[in-house]
Design a protein around this ligand. Structure first.
Ligand code: NAP
Length: 268
């Protein structure tokens, strides 16, 4: 069943723009990024009678931008959240600017955790009420699977997204929501030009439209999807052992959580 209203972050270019294009024509859209002109162009292209395409220009590396987006999203019946916006600076940590390092963590980690926590409860409640399923896509990367020198902060933020998404999927396994961590490999987008690493020109770099379509097709079928057949096969045993360990820990800690719920001190 197609989702009713999707929020796509980082929709002004690359994989986020491709997600907005790939969603079914009857799914309403809230598209966001900083580049208001690019968003408005996409809004005009994708709007049609009966389909709302809303735009919000916001800097998600800031508290104000994240709050403005959460406020706007709460006025719409979002049932698919695609946390896609991401940046990374290529270079040794001590050679990158402090600002670039801060932006990478603010956007790739804080924005993902804040928006997910802000929007998911109402998405799940609406899905339960309407006997539907909500969706959450978190765009990570194949750099999440190992530390990557010269992309140290970036790869660590992508490891956060992978770990967070897998754990969240386990916590929510009985709720009407599908969680997907999408791990693209090198993809031909503006990411390379922005990061200072020509990742999109690597041999075999994927087309962003294929990555987005692949991600939407995987939602509801698995929790972690690695784009690219070869890399997926290579990582399969690792993903299975991770999945089993996460499931086991989830079962153990959910029992602990239930036992501990009463009389627990206020949380931070
Ligand atoms: P991209 O073309 O550079 O797109 C990045 C998007 O993030 C843009 O829409 C950009 O829009 C938005 N963005 C950047 N800073 C922002 C901020 N402070 N606030 C709000 N939005 C911001 O790169 P992409 O490859 O499509 O990247 C999308 C996701 O895929 C990222 O999470 C990236 O880590 C992941 N990924 C990419 C590759 C690859 O090889 N390309 C591989 C694996 C994973 P504005 O500049 O208009 O704000």
């Amino acid at each position: 069943m197609p989702h009713r209203f999707a929020l796509v972050t980082g929709a002004s270019s690359g994989i986020g723009e491709a997600f907005a294009r790939a969603l079914p024509a009857d799914t309403g859209l809230l598209i966001t990024a900083r580049d208001a002109e690019a968003l408005t162009r996409l809004q005009h292209e994708l709007s049609r009678p009966g389909r709302a395409v809303e735009v919000l220009a916001a800097d998600l590396a800031t508290d104000d931008g994240r709050a403005a987006l959460a406020d706007k999203a709460r006025t719409l019946d979002i049932d698919l959240l695609i946390n896609n916006a991401g940046v990374g600076a290529f270079g040794a940590v001590l050679e990158n600017t402090e600002e670039a390092e801060r932006q990478t963590v603010e956007l790739n980690v804080t924005a993902v955790a804040v928006l997910t926590r802000a929007l998911l409860p109402a998405m799940i409640d609406r899905a339960a009420r309407d006997n539907r399923r909500a969706g959450l896509i978190l765009v990570s990367s194949t750099t999440a699977f190992q530390p990557v020198p010269y992309l140290a902060t970036y790869s660590a933020t992508k490891a956060f997204i992978l770990s967070y998404g897998e754990a969240l999927a386990t916590e929510l396994r009985r709720k009407p929501v599908d969680v997907l961590v999408l791990c693209p490999g090198a993809t031909r987008t503006r990411f390379g030009e922005r990061s200072g690493f020509a990742v999109g020109s690597l041999p075999g770099a994927a087309d962003p439209d294929d990555v987005a379509r692949d991600g939407l097709a995987a939602l509801g079928r698995r929790t972690v999807h690695v784009s690219g057949f070869g890399t997926r096969q290579l990582l399969r045993p690792f993903l299975w052992s991770r999945h089993a360990a996460t499931g086991g820990l989830g079962a153990l800690l959910s029992a602990f959580d239930r036992g501990n719920r009463f009389g627990r001190p206020p949380r931070l």
